[in-house]
Structures are given as structure tokens and as C-alpha cells.
Design a protein around this ligand. Structure first.
Ligand code: ACO
Length: 323
């Protein structure tokens, strides 16, 4: 059977680190409130001249180095982002050019915070279908560009960054055939548009707009839907939650992550957490968490990982893979 296995991971976080206390003299908020309600302690913000593609290129280079591959050996580049440099061309083609890649194909995928899970499912389907042997997947965001800095309910939550994963086709019997993406589960329901959206765009206001969120309602949907999608993907993979070694959740809020782990009956020692240091980096949060944990040597060959995310749309989903 042909499967998509992880060959390498990498990430990039902008140099500027902003602690929760930075917001205290600008807004009616506190480090204590932000930590207690979200688990976030700090986040990175891109420099003024740094674009999403710049972050994506640096994360991609790190993933290629980890995989021991040159850009010329990649067949496709997918960038999951909701904060592209320009309306077009895609960030992915900019990354392709930045890597010096003159072959293959590149495109962006937009499913907000669920973007990387959608991209994993997309790349898995392409690899299984034989459209590509090696896919470079990147989640890259500069959400600091769409914050309303007067809205304490949103601007304290998000950060900038990029993570990348190289997926490669593996075929035949044996160890490598047992590894890789085992199952995926994707969902969306557009009736929830107003819970989480950006109030601008080329075809409406002609402006970039700002992020708007009814946080407590998104919270409720997250707690309900994330464990459900993870259970569905595990079912499809023929696995049970007891067989999961690592939960790699979208890093939006520690309380959502804890509630999801509880519903899956997973101890928190099995959960990869980066939310304290990164904040919510939307589509970048899962590849960032994967890359950080991989660099720490936490995943062992054969480990079962579940990645799950929910975001604007609402759009949500999960991926089960064997490391
Ligand atoms: N500092 C102090 N007080 C605040 C702050 C802040 N930064 N933000 C909100 N508050 C206040 C509110 O104004 C409200 O005050 P009131 O009672 O006087 O009206 C009070 O805190 C409680 O507000 P809630 O919104 O009910 O607080 P909640 O406990 O739900 O926490 C939060 C808010 C952190 C936003 C939470 O709802 C959350 O994390 N939601 C989910 C966000 C998420 O996961 N998004 C995922 C996808 S992101 C994407 O797709 C781009």
C-alpha cells in the first residue's frame, strides 16, 4: 500500500517575543487573566518587513535540512495560510521561488486554524493517487496583521510563525509501509460564519479587515467537535484512543486542549503543548508543535499521533499518523 510518511520537520519563529505584560498598559487586561483563561504566556510577532512567505521559506528550509533533501527533489508545495502576502500569487509559489525550485507545483489552502489538517489530508490524497512523491507542507501566518489592537478579547490570543513538514511516498510491505498517515477526517459548517471571521476582503470592503470572534461560542464548539473528529479518524484507522501516543492539537487555548484530552481519556503527558510560548498561530500551530516536539526527540518510530484543529468557517478535522 502507498502511504505518505513524514520525512522531516522544521519551523521558524520571528525574533520579537511579546510577553503578556506588554498588553497591560494598552488594554484593560492582565498577564494573570490571559494565563488563566488561555494558557498563553508569550507570542512572537513578525518584524514590519517580514511577510508570511518569509516565515514560510525559513520553516521550509529547516524541514528540507531535517529531511536531508534539496528543494529540487520536491514535487509539490502547499501553504496553509489565511494571511497571504498578496491576494495573488499564492504564498506557496513565493516559497517555491524562495527555495530556488523551478519544477513541480505550488498552491495555497485556506481553512483558517484547521488549514494544516486540511493540507495534510490533501497531500495524503495526492501522494496515494500518485500525483506527487514528495510534498512540502507549510503552515505560515502573520495574524498580527489582522488584529484589532483595541479588542482585548482577540488581540492577546494570536502570534506569528511558520512550521513545515516534508511528506514522502512509501510503498510495499515492511516497517515503512506501516508508517505514515493512516486516516483523516475533515468537516465544515458554513452556518457558523459569524462566530469567527475577518471583516474585510477584496470583494467586500477592499481592505484587509480585522479578526472578529465570539470566543465563548467558538470555545463551546471546539470542546464538542475536536474529540468527535479525533474519534472518527481513529475509528477509520482501526485504532482506539488507548493506542494514541501523542495528541498534537491546534494550540488555541489550554482549556480547550485539556477538555479535548479529557474527552479522549488521554493524560496530559501525551499532549504536545506549545501554546504558552507561541499563542494561537492559526494554520502554523500544528506544524510548529510537530517540529518543536520532533526536535526534542519526543516522537519514537511507531508512535501513533493524532493532530486536530478547529477554526473559522467553522472548519475542523483531524489526522492520525504513525511516526
Ligand atoms: N483581559 C481581561 N478580560 C477579558 C479579556 C482580556 N484579554 N478578554 C475578554 N475579557 C472579558 C470579557 O470582556 C468578559 O467580560 P464581561 O463578563 O464583563 O463581559 C469576560 O472576560 C468573559 O469573557 P468570555 O469571552 O466569556 O471569556 P472566556 O472564558 O470564554 O475566554 C477566550 C475568552 C479566551 C477568547 C475563550 O473564549 C477562547 O479561547 N475561545 C476560543 C478561541 C479559539 O479557540 N479560537 C479557535 C480558532 S481561532 C481561528 O480559527 C483563527
Amino acid at each position: 500500500m502507498r502511504r505518505a510518511i513524514v520525512r522531516g520537520t522544521g519551523h521558524y519563529l520571528p525574533e520579537r517575543v511579546v510577553e503578556n505584560s506588554w498588553f497591560e498598559d494598552k488594554l484593560d487586561t492582565s498577564d494573570e487573566w490571559i494565563r488563566a483563561r488561555t494558557g498563553i504566556e508569550r507570542r512572537h510577532f513578525a518584524a514590519e518587513d517580514q511577510r508570511t512567505s518569509d516565515l514560510g521559506i525559513l520553516a521550509a528550509q529547516a524541514a528540507l535540512a531535517d529531511a536531508g533533501l534539496d528543494a529540487g527533489q520536491i514535487d509539490a508545495v502547499i501553504v496553509a495560510t489565511s494571511t497571504p502576502d498578496l491576494t495573488f500569487p499564492s504564498v506557496a509559489t513565493m516559497v517555491q521561488a524562495g527555495l530556488g525550485m523551478r519544477r513541480g507545483f505550488a498552491y495555497d489552502l485556506q481553512a483558517v486554524c484547521a488549514g494544516f489538517v486540511y493540507a495534510l489530508a490533501n497531500a495524503d490524497a495526492m501522494i496515494r493517487a500518485g500525483l506527487a512523491d514528495r510534498v512540502l507542507l507549510i503552515g505560515a501566518e502573520t495574524f498580527s496583521r489582522i488584529m484589532d489592537w483595541t479588542d482585548r478579547g482577540t488581540c492577546v490570543l494570536f502570534g506569528d510563525g511558520a512550521g513545515a513538514v516534508v511528506l514522502e511516498a512509501a510503498e510495499g510491505q515492511g516497517t515503512s509501509a506501516d508508517r505514515g498517515i493512516l486516516a483523516t477526517d475533515l468537516n465544515s459548517d458554513g452556518q457558523y460564519r459569524d462566530l469567527l471571521y475577518v471583516d474585510g476582503g477584496v470583494a467586500s470592503t477592499g481592505t484587509a479587515g480585522h479578526l472578529r470572534m465570539q470566543g465563548n461560542l467558538v470555545f463551546r464548539h471546539a470542546v464538542e467537535k475536536l474529540a468527535d473528529t479525533a474519534h472518527r479518524a481513529l475509528d477509520r484507522a482501526g485504532l482506539t484512543p488507548e493506542q494514541v501516543d501523542w495528541l498534537v492539537p491546534h494550540q488555541a487555548n489550554l482549556r480547550i486542549i485539556e477538555a479535548t484530552a479529557k474527552r479522549m481519556r488521554l493524560p496530559m503527558e501525551k499532549v504536545v503543548l506549545t501554546v504558552a510560548d507561541h499563542g494561537n498561530t492559526s494554520a502554523a500551530s500544528i506544524p510548529l508543535a510537530l517540529s518543536v516536539a520532533n526536535a526534542e526527540g519526543r516522537f519514537k518510530p511507531g508512535d501513533v499521533l493524532v493532530a486536530e484543529a478547529i477554526g473559522g468557517g467553522l472548519a475542523w478535522g483531524s489526522v492520525v499518523l504513525r511516526w
